[in-house]
Design a protein around this ligand. Structure first.
Ligand code: MBD
Ligand code: FE
Length: 313
């Protein structure tokens, strides 16, 4: 059946009432967005001849998505986080604020308030005794290569099962989450363990939809960063470890060529000892360039609901 009703006065009038255009109160911005959103939903139903059965499947899908707490996981899976990044990149370009290390998506698994230390942090709690030791180190500079001391490098990553502390209640508090303040040479160093890639919960709503798209729900092994220093653009980014099967096939579309980093096995005893280690380890180097700005709103991370954000430490 192909019926066309969108252009009728009845439907146009319905949309205006749905969005509260004929009412005084409420929020104008929300009205504008809901009007457009519902218009486009109606239009999809018309154009694609969505059946009542398909429509109600979608409604109950949204219910389950919320019950599973996966809305912020489906979002990157559908490229929405990536799309917001594309827009931020374009805005930077327009404002003459391009350059430096590229941004990539934050993801849904940050937890605010990780322990902070100067120059060095051990990130893992030592419970995974057979994990490959990772030394993650680098220098934060400005675009001219001048070292930036006292930059805050907020790092978080998954364990060997691809799970993140806090969301995985079996891990200790703030396991694999630290804030490291760069030293006088702009350097930071973390001792941690090599993370595994992430996979969407196999029985979850996100994976259910990905299956219908013929897509997988995997991310490569990766490490998240917020890097900030007053006077510089806040940077949200990640590195992907080279050689992972999903390095260039990330379900969340976060990989950028500049952010693929080698993980180098170091067998040399002297180098191990320099990091206080007595066995081989894997070294990951990530240098970060920040872009100067005097716009204070660009110097901190954008607002978003985050675990433990805004709570007393
Ligand atoms: C992750 O670890 C992640 O970084 C993203 C973007 C989505 C799901 C899990
Ligand atoms: Fe992640």
């Amino acid at each position: 059946m192909t019926v066309k009703t969108m252009q009728t006065a009845e439907v146009q009038d319905l949309l205006e009432k749905v969005a509260g255009f004929n009412k005084e109160g409420g929020n104008e911005r929300v009205k504008t967005i809901v009007h457009r959103l519902m218009h486009d939903v109606f239009q999809i139903i018309e154009d694609l001849d969505v059946t009542p059965d398909e429509f109600w499947q979608a409604v109950y899908y949204v219910n389950e998505l919320g019950q599973n707490g996966e809305a912020a996981l489906l979002a990157p899976g559908l490229g929405m986080d990536k799309y917001l990044d594309i827009r931020l990149d374009a805005e930077d370009e327009q404002a003459g604020l391009s350059g430096g290390t590229p941004r990539t998506i934050e993801g849904p698994l940050y937890v605010a308030g990780a322990p902070q230390s100067e120059a060095f942090a051990r990130m893992d709690d030592g419970s995974d005794e057979t994990a490959e030791i990772m030394i993650l180190t680098g220098q934060v500079t400005d675009e001219n290569g001048q070292p930036l001391a006292n930059a805050v490098v907020d790092v978080w990553h998954a364990d060997r099962k691809g799970a993140y502390s806090y969301f995985d209640q079996s891990q200790s508090e703030y396991n694999l989450r630290r804030r490291i303040v760069t030293d006088e040479n702009g350097r930071y160093t973390a001792r941690s363990i090599i993370p595994s890639g992430y996979g969407c919960p196999p029985e979850g709503s996100t994976q259910q939809l990905l299956n219908l798209l013929g897509r997988h729900g995997n991310r490569p092994a990766h490490i998240h960063f917020f890097i900030s220093k007053p006077g510089f653009k806040h940077l949200t980014t990640q590195i992907n470890l080279a050689g992972d099967a999903y390095t260039y096939d990330d379900f969340a579309f976060a990989t950028r060529d500049e952010l693929v980093v080698d993980a180098n096995r170091i067998e040399d005893h002297a180098e191990a000892e320099a990091y206080g280690l007595n066995k081989p380890f894997t070294k990951v180097e990530f240098n970060i360039q920040l872009v100067r700005t005097d716009k204070s709103e660009l110097q901190s991370r954008h607002e978003r609901k985050r675990a433990l954000e805004g709570e007393p430490a």
